[in-house]
Design a protein around this ligand. Structure first.
Ligand code: PEP
Ligand code: MN
Length: 301
């Protein structure tokens, strides 16, 4: 791919690790969870406590919501950010929240540990530049009509401003299929790993829009080598002010997380066994230890 001066993978270069409050995205497996929108303090703090107990490492919640209709709930703005701050103080979870306007980047960044740039703003180049100048970790979602090359070029805008803390997030694209809200393109996991050094996460909530599909698609994303997941969780989904059909209840999320961690552990064990076998094989051949083939690493390494 042309012109990916900073985002593109260079031979021998290791994958980027983005550090957020002691969490190392790209190295450890990270689940970001929380409500679609911040609605009340009670809803947000209770959800935060529950997702933390289930193993989530960061809290998500929108205070600025990019909605299809101007009459739909637009988010609580500053009040929402203050609620997220309260949830962070209660749980210690770093905050991931969306910024939709260039004018808001610096002050939203005072509350956010990670600034999310949503699918609808992926190619908002002034917003990308501001995000780059902010120096904050950025979660850059894939635009719903965007190619991999366009997406990586948007990451390039952020890196070109001197901010290399970018996490990519596949969230599904528009296709002719209408059964699901979007078509979750898991082929982007190996594709990103082949073309870029940036971590790649997956959002199966917006990627499918259907509750029962979130677990199988999360498992598939893990099996394909995703660095993490972003999942919507609400204490009472039917009363949610946005995306009520795709938000999991805390108990559903907790049950799913157990199964996700089981798969992850299985893969880590397999990886360690493979490393051990490689090491032993090399020693037998008198080559000495040579490291391992990492099942999570990209195929082209
Ligand atoms: C979100 O994560 O809150 C969101 C709006 O997602 P997307 O930008 O992927 O639609
Ligand atoms: Mn949502």
């Amino acid at each position: 791919m042309n012109n990916l001066k900073l985002t593109g993978k260079k031979p021998g270069e290791s994958r980027s690790v983005i550090e957020v409050g002691g969490i190392r995205v790209g190295e450890e497996f990270v689940v970001i969870a929380g409500p679609c929108s911040v609605e009340t303090e009670d809803q947000t703090v209770r959800t935060a406590v529950a997702v933390k107990a289930a193993g989530a490492k960061m809290l998500r919640g929108g205070a600025f919501k990019p909605r299809t209709s101007p009459y739909a709930f637009q988010g609580l703005g500053l009040k929402g950010l203050k609620i997220l701050d309260k949830a962070k103080r209660e749980t210690g979870l770093p905050i991931v929240t969306e910024v939709v306007d260039t004018r808001d980047v610096s002050w939203v960044g005072e509350y956010a540990d990670v600034l999310q740039i949503g699918a609808r703003n992926m190619q908002n180049f002034s917003l990308l530049r501001e995000a780059g100048k902010s120096g904050k970790p950025i979660l850059l979602k894939r635009g719903m009509y965007s190619t991999l090359e366009e997406w990586l070029n948007c990451a390039e805008y952020i890196l070109a401003e001197g901010n290399d803390q970018v996490i990519l997030c596949e969230r599904g694209i528009r296709t002719f299929e209408t059964y699901t809200r979007n078509t979750l393109d898991l082929s982007m996991i190996p594709a990103v790993k082949a073309e870029s050094h940036l971590p790649i996460m997956v959002d199966p909530s917006h990627g499918t829009g259907i509750k029962f599909m979130i677990e199988p698609m999360s498992l598939a994303a893990i099996a394909a080598g995703a660095d993490g997941l972003e999942i919507e969780v609400h204490i009472d989904p039917p009363s949610a002010l946005s995306d009520k059909d795709q938000q999991l209840r805390p108990e559903e999320f907790a049950a799913m997380m157990k199964r996700l961690f089981e798969l992850r552990e299985f893969m880590v064990e397999k990886n360690e066994k493979a490393a051990e076998t490689t090491k032993r094989g090399d020693l037998d051949k008198g080559k000495g230890p040579s490291g391992s083939r990492d099942v999570f690493a990209d195929a082209t390494d």
